[in-house]
Design a protein around this ligand. Structure first.
Ligand code: F6R
Length: 609
């Protein structure tokens, strides 16, 4: 986790670091710090709490200098306090480092360093790095790059590390697992954990690969591997609109991203579904006849998008699909062979559990496909092919547009597989393709002001509930899970989800007049059965919030409150229904005064196990 920014050039580094870190706070926000080199001196300032705390101190006592490194932290080892915040300095104050990730063998390293007389000032795993580098610096005859390279040879784990030394006008960085991108300017160079931090300064970027090291000077850079061999990395032009990474008029990134969904979906679908020919063109190098089963692997919201995918692929392409949360997949000795297609799904492309699960699947010869948002992320470099969802940067910690875009990508994949394998006939294929193309318009309709106001009123009515239950069936049972996850992560209200038919096998015991039950009862072949489940809730005095398709006045009487959503083909309905549940959650959270963009204990990209 954590966010990193580095700068060397002619500007005041403090300004670049604070501005860059403010774009990365979604990666972690329990403390922040900067180190700025001014000629013969490096000054460090760090503060527990949000970045604003550090920014206030720096406004009062600015640090001058044109070389600096900065960090926002999401604690793994050691409490989130001033001391454990990064940067960490060597005992003589000459070397400072910032580290994102986890050093797995830090305990033996620390013991050995203590024995050799080093004094530690923090409880972090990261601090071992600075002491190690200090030792290696002596061995390497004052060569900072070489010192970092040698030190990294002793550590096991994940790192994005950025280092500077008072006697050198350079920044040395390296990455393994943790993401890092370099920005190339005119007489200035930048580093960051993610693109948005650099967009105000440059659009020319280099995505560092796993195992890359880099040395930055004012006028250039050199990339090597960990053995010291020079490697070539292309400079890519990033055309993301800087505005796209800002809140753009909304009160939160999450709300902005909810409203961006028609656009994001257009980008996901564009050029891939052809109404005229009925063809799906995903531009992926995958032979649909080359595998006999599919394993979908993901975490959190991406996992629920995968559940929708499981349903769609099995329905449309008749291929057996299994789905795992990545953290389980890695350790359960899964049945994988060359006949398996492993699909990893991830917004960030950096989630460590998913990345490691991907590596596990590859070990056994599986073909691999990523359904991923972040361009150039670690997973995209390790899969055989990527189906980018093109949702644009997602800053809000709770995933919204990436979810609906992932579900849409799965829909396209299922359609493509179904047509290619002959399990979906042309008429049905064309009909579904047309429905998929309608998604941006349907989601736009789901965001019409009257509907949104209705959801807001319902949210405010139920905001003081202690628990919620979400029910759905078939392709919308994952929608129920996703709805419950959204609510709990941003409002801290306990919420559970069940496939509606499962409710009577236990959860029904929870239902009383205090329990709101959100039921997804939109147009589907199981609608009648879902309504029977609603009756079971009502008979126990549960308060029912019904999601119904436009025009369903018949079933409206079974709900204490009704959220109407645009009528959609059942197979595409999870996308439309998810939007209504996102709104319900965000309005409840806002009514409770929660900071929806920075829910407690969470981070946007979970790059630690
Ligand atoms: C929830 C949420 C998380 C992520 C999960 C996987 O709203 O955002 O559950 O979905 O951490 O992240 P990615 O998709 O980046 O692998």
């Amino acid at each position: 986790m954590c966010g990193i920014v580095g700068y060397i050039g002619t500007r005041q580094a403090q300004d670049v670091l604070i501005s860059g870190l403010s774009k990365l706070e979604y990666r972690g926000y329990d403390s922040a710090g900067v180190a700025i080199r001014d000629g013969g001196h490096i000054s460090v300032e760090k503060k527990a709490g949000k970045l604003a705390n550090l920014a206030t101190v720096l406004e009062q006592r600015p640090l001058h200098g044109t070389l600096g490194i900065g960090h926002t932290r999401w604690a793994t080892h050691g409490l989130p306090n001033d001391t454990n915040a990064h940067p960490h300095a060597s005992e003589d104050g000459k070397i400072v480092i910032i580290h994102n990730g986890i050093i797995e063998n830090y305990l033996p390293l620390k013991e050995a360093l203590l024995k050799r007389g080093h004094k530690f000032s923090s409880e972090t795993d990261s601090e071992v790095l600075v002491h190690l580098i200090e030792e290696k610096y002596q061995q390497a005859g004052g060569d900072l790059y070489e010192a970092v390279r040698l030190a990294l040879g002793d550590v096991r784990g994940a790192y994005g590390i950025v280092v500077t030394h008072v006697d050198h006008r350079e920044i040395v960085a390296a990455r393994t697992v943790s993401p890092m991108v370099m920005g190339v300017g005119e007489g200035e160079m930048f580093l960051a954990s993610d693109v948005p931090a650099l967009l105000p300064y440059t659009r020319e970027m280099v995505f560092l690969h796993d195992g890359d090291m880099v040395v930055l000077h004012d006028d250039g850079f050199k990339v090597t591997d960990l053995k010291g061999n020079e490697v070539r990395r292309e400079i890519e032009h990033i055309d993301w609109d800087a505005e796209a990474a800002e809140k753009g008029g909304y009160d939160s990134y999450m709300m902005k991203e909810i409203y961006e969904q028609p656009n994001a979906l257009t980008n996901t679908l564009i050029g891939r579904l052809h109404d005229d020919t009925g063809q799906v063109n995903l531009d992926i190098n995958l032979d649909p006849a080359s595998f006999k089963r599919i394993s979908i692997i993901a975490c959190g919201t991406a996992f629920y998008a995968g559940m929708v995918g499981e349903y769609l692929i099995e329905q449309l392409a008749r291929i057996p699909v299994d789905i795992d949360v990545a953290s389980e997949y890695r350790y359960r000795n899964p049945l994988v062979s060359e006949n398996t297609l492993a699909i990893v799904m991830s917004q960030s492309g950096e989630t460590i559990d998913t990345l490691e699960a991907l590596r596990e699947a590859k070990k056994y010869g599986a073909k691999t496909l990523g359904i991923i948002n972040a361009k150039g992320s670690s997973m995209t470099r390790e899969v055989d092919d990527t189906l980018y969802i093109h949702a644009g940067p997602e800053i809000g910690v709770a995933s919204t547009k990436a979810y609906t875009s992932m579900v849409s990508a799965m829909l396209m994949l299922a359609l493509w597989l179904g047509r290619a394998r002959g399990t979906l006939d042309e008429t049905a294929g064309r009909k579904l393709l047309h429905s998929a193309r309608e998604l941006p318009r349907l989601v736009e309709a789901a965001l019409e002001p009257e509907r949104v106001e209705n959801i807001r009123a319902i949210a405010e009515k139920y905001a003081d509930s202690r628990d919620f239950l979400f029910l759905g069936r078939g392709v919308n049972s994952p929608t129920a899970y996703e709805g419950a996850l959204k609510l709990k992560e941003i409002s801290y209200i306990h919420a559970e989800a069940y496939a509606a038919g499962e409710m009577k096998h236990g959860p029904i015991a929870l239902i009383d007049e205090h329990m709101p039950v959100v039921v997804i009862a939109t147009e589907s072949k199981l609608l009648e059965k879902t309504i029977s489940n609603v009756q079971e809730v009502r008979a126990r005095k549960g308060r029912v919030i019904l999601l119904l398709s436009d025009g369903d006045t018949e079933n409206a009487r079974y709900g204490d409150d009704v959220i109407y959503v645009p009528r959609a083909d059942e197979m595409v309905s999870p996308v439309v229904n998810a939007v209504a549940l996102q709104l319900l959650s965000i309005f409840i959270a806002q009514k409770l005064g929660k900071d929806v963009d920075k829910p407690r204990n969470l981070a946007k990209a979970v790059t630690v196990e």
